[in-house]
Design a protein around this ligand. Structure first.
Ligand code: G4P
Ligand code: NA
Ligand code: NA
Length: 189
């Protein structure tokens, strides 16, 4: 997606160790016009699938997910990263965060994810894919079906895409970055 790649080159900040900061348009301040274009691109890529619901994970996945949900007129469920103490009907999975070097639980209510649901998962980043695989497990536990996964930015030098290919579903990333270094951002062709 050219518009997105141009914006990453213009406003993204890359750091040694393979971290990309996109705080000025995705992760802190957000650009709703760009986010709408991202939603339109996800419609182009996933619109043919028999989806009845969009799933994402808080916090940064919510904006692109709701743009897609708005355009397809479908509900959006966000998986939570803190398990409420006083809630029944919760499905949980645990996720190891590479960047934070810790494991956390994610959860979703069976009120909002059931066996008749056919979902696409949307998130901001695909790095190692741990969060995505955790959400995939939740979807399976609910008896629902994951039809595809879409990411705004993929760091293709990390293992995520390779791991998700094993799920045999449609995986889409709108910008695939092959190299991130000190002041260096290179996309896959
Ligand atoms: P993984 O899910 O692919 O295994 O990722 P990992 O544990 O490594 O990443 C943890 C968090 O860091 C996720 O957000 C992920 O989106 C984000 N992330 C990974 N690499 C980068 C990067 O290069 N730049 C930026 N900006 N984010 C990155 P989170 O902190 O769990 O959630 P959120 O609240 O920001 O959505
Ligand atoms: Na995220
Ligand atoms: Na993040």
């Amino acid at each position: 997606m050219k518009l997105l790649k141009d914006r990453i080159l213009k406003d993204g900040k890359s750091f040694e160790g393979g971290i990309l900061k996109v705080d000025s348009f995705i992760n802190h301040q957000m650009d709703p016009i760009l986010m709408k274009s991202i939603g339109v691109e996800f419609v182009r890529r996933f619109g043919h699938l028999p989806i009845n619901k969009i799933i994402t994970i808080e916090a940064s996945g919510i904006a692109p997910a709701i743009m897609l949900g708005y355009l397809l007129e479908l509900p959006v469920v966000f998986v939570k990263k803190t398990v409420p103490k006083t809630m029944n009907n919760m499905l949980t999975a645990s996720v190891y965060s590479y960047t934070k070097d810790k494991t956390y639980d994610i959860c979703v209510s069976t009120d909002f994810l059931t066996k008749t649901d056919q979902v696409v998962f949307i998130d901001d980043f695909l790095a190692n894919g741990n969060a995505s695989i955790g959400v995939y497990e939740l979807v399976k536990k609910a008896g629902a079906t994951m039809l595809g996964m879409g990411f705004i930015i993929e760091k293709s030098f990390q293992k995520g895409n390779e791991r998700l290919q094993e799920l045999n579903i449609q995986i889409e990333s709108l910008a695939r970055i092959k190299t991130l270094g000190d002041n260096l951002i290179e996309f896959e062709d």
